[in-house]
Design a protein. Sequence first.
Length: 460
Amino acid sequence: MTVVEELTNKAQALLEDRSFRELRDLLGPLFPADIAEIIGQFSPTDQAIVFRILPRELAADIFEYLELEHQTCLLAALGDYRVALILNEMDPDDRTALLEEIPAAAAKQLIKLLSKEQRQVAITLLGFPENSVGRLMNPEYLAVKQDWSMTRVLEHIRAHGEEVDVINTIYVLDEQGRLVADIRIREVLLAPPDLAVKDLIGRQVVALRATQDQEEAVEVFKKYDRNTLPVVDSQGVMMGIVTADDMLDIAEEEATEDIQKLGAVEALEEPYISIPLSELVHNRARWLVVLFVGELLTATAMGYFEKEIEQAIVLALFIPLVISSGGNSGSQAATLIIRSLSIGEIELSDWRRVLRREFGAGALLGLLLGTLGFLRIALWAAFAGHYGDHWPLVGFVVGFTLLTVVLWGAVTGAMLPFIMQRLGADPAASSTPFVATLVDVTGVVIYFSVASVVLSGTLL
């Protein structure tokens, strides 16, 4: 039993005994994230009891770590007074994430419970485009002027540090509120007391735009290795900050979406376990129908070569081997390229380099599988007498087809993501099942075309 499981059992027992003081003493010293994990196992009613006995600020911190489903249930269980306390204590960016996920009518009611100041903040953040940096922004930060001394800066930090979550980075603004630079708290602590802020400014400041896409912001964080970045408007006026923990959430969401699309599933807007069955079926049915139609083309292609199959039934034995090898090769290539595009390892302009690499890799892999296919037929012919007197020709057809199909699959799987991105679509939409289905159809055509040429006059 883990420590969290043990604490969960203790907390549940204290709740049943109505030992609220002991429960508060048990949970109080824990990290908010651990408390959220513990009470996430409770019913909404019990969660509401826990929130009523915990200090207001701690309750707000815990609330931010709860899943959206638990947050909405808890808000329904708590009274308006307690809800107002929690919402007003929440970080503005976390509160915005909650308000944009719940129905509009419920969001309006919650906004009414905010203080005048926090209501204005919430409305401002919700006014930014969806998936923009502005939705993630926290408008509370420490700012100083260029002519301030280190002594005054430290006084300012002592006076206002409790009002913000991040004090390790301090932002330097001009008289119009435009961002000039950022300095580290370490620099302030080590500098002489009478040194001016402007004398500490050395490096160029990196900032995000409020209207910038959240995915782009993730790349900026990765490139500059920052824990916090400032957010400015089109005029360079400082509006707030975005922290790395928000970026981790965005990166996780984007990675999850790409993985789901790679599996030919429309991205789920809710956790799998809580999404309605009808929506789950809808998100999966669309691609399944497309892939089903694609496989019908495979059957049509096989029907076109029905005569060849009747004359040389041995060819039918290797159809699964041929099309699965090509599909697997294409899926491998598509997965590698989609991931490389999503994390910025390659760009659209690199398609020629990728084509050359995949052509080489596909040829070598095809040669390997083609050799194994030929050896398999040779061994069965030598020791079991299968495939008749023309087994070398059958082996050549299978081996050469494997070489060709694997090469074709690698090139197709690598180029489709580039085509999707060039058309303005998500490269992950060229999912691996889609690539496999496409290569299946062409693989059948290639297989029987090679067989028709090589086996003409013998088996055909």
